[in-house]
Design a protein around this ligand. Structure first.
Ligand SMILES: *Cc1c(COP(=O)(O)O)cnc(C)c1O
Length: 238
């Protein structure tokens, strides 16, 4: 029987290969696509296995769960990315613990994060703005019409570093149906880039998950968030 870490290693190799293939098919450099290994619900042992296997970025969606992992594992071997919705009462903990927040989705939250960074002496915090292009009232993410106001605020922030955009498109069985969402997000990023609003001069695109990351890479993703394809099915009951 294979050990857990052997099968994790194999899955990771297979994901890495698929990233390379998708990038090459799209005429892109595979090195421009960074893998966020989404480790939510998985125990610390599994995360340590992923780090040993070469994962450089871990993605978590719940602040409290992540903190327990960060305290145990530390932040010198791996970057910690928050990919789940950030409630305002968790903003301070997020500032204290995460390297990158993918889910900035309102001007109010931006103002709060900037204020907390100043209070905490956190000189730089990398943020991506989550955009809702599906107009689903239940979903998180800022509407396109409200984006410019947030961008204008981020331009003048002392601590928040506006480093790109993120999307969680609606789920479709047919992955081709998500392609327009990825393409639209890229167009918004390209337009913002001409305004020179990004801290690094270019904007990351956080898009694509286990079932559709190849499509996202074809559409320009620079950060893909992959859980199941690396770690297997999540078990929410434990
Ligand atoms: C859980 C999650 C993922 C990973 O999804 P998989 O289908 O397991 O790859 C990616 N992005 C976000 C925001 C998530 O919450």
């Amino acid at each position: 029987m294979k050990t857990m870490s052997e099968s994790l290693k194999e899955k990771l190799e297979s994901v890495t290969k698929n990233i390379e293939t998708a990038a090459k098919n799209a005429g892109r450099n595979p090195a421009d696509v960074k893998l966020v290994a989404v480790s939510k619900t998985h125990p610390i042992k599994v995360l340590q296995g992923a780090i040993a296997a070469g994962c450089k970025i871990l993605g978590e969606n719940k602040v409290q769960e992540a903190i327990e992992k960060i305290e145990e594992i530390g932040n010198d071997k791996v970057e910690w990315h928050l990919i789940g919705h950030l409630q305002k009462n968790k903003a301070r903990k997020a500032v204290q613990n995460f390297d990158v927040i993918h889910t900035l989705d309102s001007l109010k939250l931006a103002k709060r994060l900037e204020r907390i960074c100043l209070e905490e002496g956190r000189k730089e915090l990398s943020v991506l703005v989550q955009v809702d292009l599906a107009d689903e009232e239940s979903k998180f993410g800022i509407k396109e019409k409200d984006l410019q106001e947030l961008v204008d605020f981020l331009k003048d922030c002392e601590c928040l570093r506006f480093n790109g955009l993120m999307i969680i498109p609606p789920f479709f069985e047919d992955v081709e149906k998500v392609r327009p969402f990825f393409r639209k997000l890229r167009k918004i990023r390209d337009d913002l880039q001409t305004q020179n609003v990004f801290a690094k001069g270019f904007g990351e695109l956080s898009m694509g998950m286990s079932n559709d990351f190849h499509v996202a890479i074809e559409e320009g993703a620079t950060l893909i968030r992959v859980g199941t394809a690396i770690f297997g099915q999540r078990n929410y009951s434990n």
